[in-house]
Design a protein. Structure first.
Lengths: 221, 221
């Protein structure tokens, strides 16, 4: 990734509203780390767009699934892929219909996935558990040999990626500023609701359960 | 769409966890209508996955953008496309790492877009405004002729689509049920925060602004 805000490749260059483009690793990683899932596009041979859980370790984004999954089998072959992560932060209401917009943070990743080797799988899957809830990797039964064997884990480099952020108010044309319509932002964010426990657990709740509903995801208006 | 929960086509058939599949129009429309944006996959010639605003009228999902947009130009040519909409409703924590899951509602649409003719554009774009906020189409300056001309509006049929819903607790293997780990769901939903008004507006706030922060999106745990 580039520190001087230049795209890492021509296909990763943001074409529309390029003033919203960011190509630095810190911005890309922050947006990726706030995501529970991504959308993966590939051609198999029909073009497909499927949601799946994702997590980051270093400069790799990981996804996983059953060995039998069409998506896993196809992507493990090294087929070209594009991955998008999008957080919607607000509806931007301008005085003119034309100038309405949305506030968002997105990352689009270009490249292809490679399969995580058997010996590296436990650590990468433990990182998924820690992404879901810090401490959860130790606070659950780890995958056994047959579960590990049944699971494909795929990583894609974050080096050929672009982030796009819009986090400001409406930008009406000069002539529209005096129109009598309300303008502003209707913000939104991910809200965490109280945990729903399965019966049978005794003792104190893990800290990630206790703090869940008190920890909304951060978002900018 | 099928009323007997049969897939509308082989490529739209859900392969993994097919007990979560729904092919009826009501389920598909409800999930689509709860979305502000979708992810669109297409090959141009590299496969791309891009987020964009979306809205439904009848059995069509619409997107829009500048005439100059690479995505708009490519999709207007009738290129194959796949569109995904995903709402994440909760993290599902099982006693075993392997049985962790997510609660979600998703729709995947297969087909191709067709361009909305000039004479139909104003009504379809007004429907976008009404999707954003009921009443907003009349409470903003409508697009003028040059704005309409600069905007491409594309529709894709919802007939070749599949919904997938998971909205239940963890399903551990029998042998894992007695493990001492907490299991349950960490639910989440879209939260609406108080509106941020631009300066200069006088009079009462429109009802869609007044009610925004009191109207979280509906979600199931």
């Amino acid at each position: 990734m580039q520190e001087d805000n230049k795209p890492p490749s021509e296909r990763a260059r943001i074409r529309r509203a390029s003033e919203r483009a960011h190509y630095d690793a810190e911005t890309i990683h922050t947006i990726v780390d706030a995501a529970w899932l991504c959308h993966v596009a590939f051609a198999c041979p029909d073009v497909l767009c499927l949601p799946t859980a994702c997590w980051r370790v270093g400069d790799q984004l990981y996804i996983h699934g059953s060995n039998g999954s069409r998506m896993m089998k196809h992507l493990a072959s090294g087929a070209p892929a594009c991955v998008a992560i999008t957080h919607l932060d607000g509806l931007v209401m301008a005085r003119s219909a034309f100038s309405h917009s949305m506030n968002f943070r997105s990352v689009v990743i270009h490249g292809h996935f490679t399969e995580v080797a058997d010996e590296a799988k436990p650590a990468v899957l433990a990182a998924l558990m820690e992404h879901i809830a810090p401490g959860r990797a130790r606070d659950s039964r780890p995958p056994d040999a047959s579960e590990l064997k049944a699971t494909t884990v795929l990583g894609i480099s974050l080096h050929e990626a672009a982030a796009k952020i819009r986090n400001w108010g409406p930008k009406d044309k000069e002539d529209d500023l005096a129109l009598p319509f309300w303008a502003g932002v209707l913000p939104m964010r991910e809200q965490h609701l109280p945990a729903i426990s399965e019966p049978g657990h005794e003792g104190t709740l893990p800290s990630y359960v206790q703090t869940w509903a008190a920890s909304p995801a951060t978002a900018s208006a």
